[in-house]
Design a protein around this ligand. Sequence first.
Ligand code: MIC
Ligand code: SF4
Length: 643
Amino acid sequence: MGLTIAQKIIKDHLVSGEMTAGSEIALKIDQTLTQDATGTMAYLEFETMGVPRVRTELSVAYIDHNTLQSGFENADDHRFIQSMAKKYGLYFSRPGNGICHQVHLERFGKPGKTLIGSDSHTPTGGGIGMLAMGAGGLDVAVAMGGGAYYITMPKMYKVNLTGKLRDFVTAKDVSLEILRILSVKGGVGAIIEWGGEGIKTLSVPERATITNMGTELGATTSIFPSDEITKAFLEAEGRGADYVELSSDEDAVYDKIIDIDLSSLKPMIACPHSPDNVVTVESLKGTKVDQVCIGSCTNSSLLDMLKVAALLKGKTIRPEVSLSISPGSKQVLSMLADCSALSDILASGARVLECACGPCIGMGFSPNSAGVSLRTFNRNFEGRSGTADGQVYLVSPETAVAAALTGEITDPMLLGIMPKVNMPDAFKIDDSAVIAPATIEEAADLPILRGPNIKPFPDSAPQEDVLTAPLVLKVGDNITTDHIMPAGAKILPYRSNIPHLSQYCFGVCDSTFPERAKAAGQSIVVGGNNYGQGSSREHAALVPLYLGVRAVISKSFARIHAANLINAGIMPLTFENPDDYDRVSQGDNLKIEDVYAGMDSGKMVLKDLTNGDEITLSCEFTERQKAILKAGGLLKYVGLGNL
Ligand code: MIC
Ligand code: SF4
């Protein structure tokens, strides 16, 4: 039987396990990346492992999220990460150099290699045929230390593209269309391979937009073949030597095949507050728009920005609309400045922000009260923009420009003729904002620079055989990590200060949760389907751990979050019968006996001491996961000699 692209890379990197969907596999990791919002914690964790230097082929520490420095905290964290990078053998991408995924694609990614990153949009690398996955900071720390990365062997899905996109219909619309078809949980447990004749019409930045947004499907990752288009991109980056050809076998077998005819697609838009709440742009025409943001790791490539500049050229945006543009990298910004594109953008009335995540993570540029904001980003979760009642819609750069020019949601096809924009034959290469690590000899004497905002991380306790605890919070379906541990400019500076962060935990759902959880000592949280979707932030597990949460019971979990809970020593359990979700109420006292036997049999009995009900729970822990939970989390497990 033939292999898919992902199966080929997995086979080449398999450390242990069977390549059958559903079994646990361990992979050798070639490259890692971190960003600053998850990086500080990841490097603190790495430090405790006592490994003198990273053991990957390449590890890069990016600063791109926490770039507003309204106090000492973020600046201190940047210095800490820079000092760690220098000492432990990592490349350091300075603030201003760009968004991790964009820069990694431009300068470091290699087809056929494995990459994990402490950011859920790491699958962007799949645009050049990498097996690139988002992971919790602790998993990235272990990989930096030379340990394997453990995942469940995914199912294989294939999307076959035919035809060619019409002008004003873009890769972003392809992403929104697949979200409309599959929903935010449609990719859980799967790797999505993109193929068919239609992919020959998509450039690397367009492919990367698609693999980036595969994260919103809940997929383990997404991947394109590495072909002549990949080769041309790498050559234009001066990295032709990194090219290897990669394709699936003709007789590769897929668990699901979806066909999309690119020529039939229309401009699409995701409505508040979920990326799969997708309709055509046309159907919302006339909706007034207050703000437009262009950028993020989804749509900030040179190609995107050149198209935006060409559409804005000679025009001015509506007075009632505020437009921000964040180029994805220094390379992009500098090339925009070298041609007249940057002047065209500025002349239109846009505000050019730095090359960073910015508004995407609520790091500035929050919309006005109840403001309608059209963004070329990948997430529109409630409150994420920093304005609690902000109404965020996700669109392509073309649709974003149409709204900025007209003041309302407008089908970009009405803009007339799409100016021709070409990818350059050669990108401008200037790696001066990437700082190389010290040599092993120099490294020994280098200090680590720690600011006062860095507090010890929470101590986890081994799971005991009996758990008795109140149900302190019951939430519904599709709870995101932005619900569990909100981000934004005010909170993000405390990513290395869990006690401070804890007061905001579940703030979007119930601001009284932290106090209640603390008072309970230890507690249980109950959720619906797809609990923990969205980001890779391990803070969504570490902060509940700090507040005493010992188990989360849900109808189903998102992949990275379930792993983060186990890494933190918290049990993710599911209702065997999803309808049993209705049989427990917030405030009930719950008890699980024989936890260890349950871990072995895959079933536990939940007793509701308040209403007398007994409910069967499922858990499918691997031997390693059981050992991690019994040790009190991954850090302790690693401390027992299990790197
Ligand atoms: C996001 O887009 O939600 C983030 C911010 O990039 C996160 C990481 C984080 O919370 O620091 C992600 O996607 O993993
Ligand atoms: Fe940054 Fe937004 Fe991309 Fe997350 S989704 S990495 S916050 S640009």
